[in-house]
Design a binder for this molecule. Sequence first.
Ligand SMILES: NC(=O)c1ccc[n+]([C@@H]2O[C@H](COP(=O)([O-])OP(=O)(O)OC[C@H]3O[C@@H](n4cnc5c(N)ncnc54)[C@H](O)[C@@H]3O)[C@@H](O)[C@H]2O)c1
Length: 379
Amino acid sequence: MPKKIRLGILGGGGDSLIGVLHRVASHINDNYQITGAVFNPDFKANKAFAREIDVPLNRIYKDFDTLVEEEMKLPEDERIQVCSILTPNFLHFPMAKKLLDNGFHVICEKPMTTSLAEAKILQKAHRKAGTVFALTHTYTGYPMVRQMREMIKKGELGKIHKVDARYYQGWINTIIHDKKKRSSVWRLDPKKAGISSCMGDIGVHAFNLVEYTTGLKVKSLLCDFNYLYKDNKMDVDGTVLIRMDAYVKGVIRSSQVATGEENGLAIAIYGEKGALRWEQEKPNFLYKMSDTEPTQIYKPGHAYNSKLSLDGTKLPAGHPEGIFDSMANIYLGAAKAIRGKRYNDGEFPTMEDGVRGMNFIEATVESHKAKNTWVKLMK
Ligand SMILES: NC(=O)c1ccc[n+]([C@@H]2O[C@H](COP(=O)([O-])OP(=O)(O)OC[C@H]3O[C@@H](n4cnc5c(N)ncnc54)[C@H](O)[C@@H]3O)[C@@H](O)[C@H]2O)c1
């Protein structure tokens, strides 16, 4: 039995949204052991949380710089191998850069950085380091999203001509209409979140799914944002027209003020021979549609699915797996890469996905500010 991979956690404390998803997901396939952490910038809260979840206190550090400094003093076979960065966005870049520069593997939350310029610097650092970098676009880990990618790759839809992705949430509705409240959340603070709230936080997931499932690249876009209030500097709603090719067009719709919506991520890809539709809130159903035949429903765990999809299912068909399993699949892919084992393309989002994501976010802001003009993305 190989030894567990020594995992460090940055952010993701008991007070966080995403910490529990990473902690559970990293343990699901028995590959990782949380060895050290800075869960929280407050040392007391950091240690209290470590005690609560039973992480040895001698590897709980007062801040990130101390973690790197102290871990580098340890022999390689004791040192943390990979760190998961689960902090607010503005800390992703400095943390990831320093980790790569010191030879660590990195698992990083999205958006990868707060600007495209930072993303490019990180890409260079990653090439130099030669370590593993996985970006946690969680939804690519779902078996039915992977199945969608493989069916499209095999040409089952024929030539793609229309894509429609939407990510609708409503939670900022309870905050945005109150002046005091809207200045108190980090997602609406450009210093902490970067240049975009809605597109940077959730629109980028939809963008990533569009490119992940179709294998095509968005070439240009036109975006219209809604900020709702004059003093609010961050988009809370946006609609993006996209062109992937001369005859492949579509839309990415994203909102944090879609009243009553919870985590409404959905994607539909239409081609000349058929279409596929998937919704995150019902992740175990993939609909294949046709103009001439009845709609078919694909489900996880059946032998008719692709290898990439089946590799992401742990139990026989009919045992529902969800978001924890989806994130666990990304951790599994990263574990294979860290152990130097073979893994399939598409098992975890990469540095290149992170750079494209930042290119997308910046382009949406540029397009909106230029009074809704078309903006080209990098090739
Ligand atoms: N992949 C997904 O689907 C998904 C979902 C939600 C959030 N996210 C991303 O995860 C990140 C965190 O989001 P969240 O909603 O959990 O935020 P949050 O505000 O709920 O939690 C942030 C955590 O980081 C800690 N922290 C802050 N500064 C720190 C520092 N200097 N050192 C160590 N820890 C520090 C906080 O104490 C807290 O525990 C964001 O980048 C967000 O975009 C991704």
